[in-house]
Design a protein around this ligand. Structure first.
Ligand code: B1M
Length: 206
């Protein structure tokens, strides 16, 4: 079943994914394992794209298929006391339209007990600053980037937040981001995946 879910995402079978995920859950599959299979599918989609075996439209359908699968999974990925750790602003940095990973991070952080303010994708540095100023009780912000070309915009966003004098904890992540890059740009924390981001956010908020 797990293998079938992976294949459905890889091949963008939009109409079949919800039923397949539901069936797997009903059959006792571990929700985290189902999520891993879909994430793995996106990795192989990325590899095929790189080899010119598929193109942007196929990549997009695979992404939509995964989103639908994640929606079925969402209620099963754990829930905490909403907002007990305060607010958490999150967004994908300017120039970057990738949001599956960011959405997963937002979901896990919300489940961990934060009130999430999701600014979406292609978020200019000024929008992060503006939102944090409008929410002075918010002490944490998360930036996501999936393109090597938008890593600079992540750096510029960190700089803008600091220059605005905002005392917030800045968390960063996304496929091309590393601990070394996070250190270089002055972010407070880097995590490699959504579950680790939620654990780290709780740790830093405590
Ligand atoms: Co794009 N794309 N894409 N794409 N795409 C990549 C990223 C790429 C690696 C594919 C490849 O070539 N192998 C490549 C980037 C190469 C590079 O920069 N070196 C690439 C490219 C080139 C492009 C375009 C330029 C293609 C084009 O138009 N020619 C274009 C750029 C558009 C833009 O952003 N301006 C583009 C477009 C797209 C689509 C729109 C078609 C679609 C995105 C749809 C969407 O997101 N709604 C898409 C997709 C689907 C991908 C791949 C295949 C999958 C991404 C994904 O969703 N992964 C991707 C290849 C890959 O990553 N293997 C690729 C699953 C997701 C769960 O993982 O997002 O990594 P991820 O998130 C993880 C962690 O990174 C981490 O936790 C998440 C969950 O555990 N994480 C954080 C993420 N944010 C975090 C924040 C944190 C902490 C952890 O703290 C705050």
């Amino acid at each position: 079943m797990i293998e079938e879910i992976k294949k459905l995402v890889e091949t963008g079978k939009l109409k079949k994914i919800e039923e397949a995920v539901q069936e797997a859950l009903d059959g006792g599959a571990d929700p985290a394992e189902v999520l891993d299979s879909m994430t793995g599918a996106m990795d192989s989609v990325g590899e095929k794209f790189q080899k010119n075996e598929i193109y942007v439209p196929e990549m997009l359908v695979a992404a939509k298929t995964m989103q639908r699968g994640v929606n079925v999974l969402k209620p099963h990925l754990g829930a905490g006391g909403v907002g007990k750790y305060g607010k958490f602003v999150i967004g994908t940095v300017a120039g970057d339209l990738h949001d599956i990973g960011k959405n997963l991070v937002a979901m896990m952080i919300e489940s961990a007990g934060f009130e999430v303010i999701d600014l979406g994708v292609d978020v200019p540095a000024e929008k992060f600053v503006e939102t944090l100023k409008a929410n002075p009780d918010c002490k944490m912000v998360g930036l996501s980037a999936l393109l090597t070309t938008t890593m600079d915009n992540m750096e510029a966003t960190v700089k803008a937040i600091k220059e605005a004098g905002l005392e917030v904890t800045i968390m960063v992540g996304g496929a091309p981001i590393t601990q070394a890059f996070a250190d270089k740009i002055g972010a407070n924390a880097y995590t490699a995946n959504a579950a680790a981001a939620a654990t780290k956010a709780k740790e830093l908020a405590a």
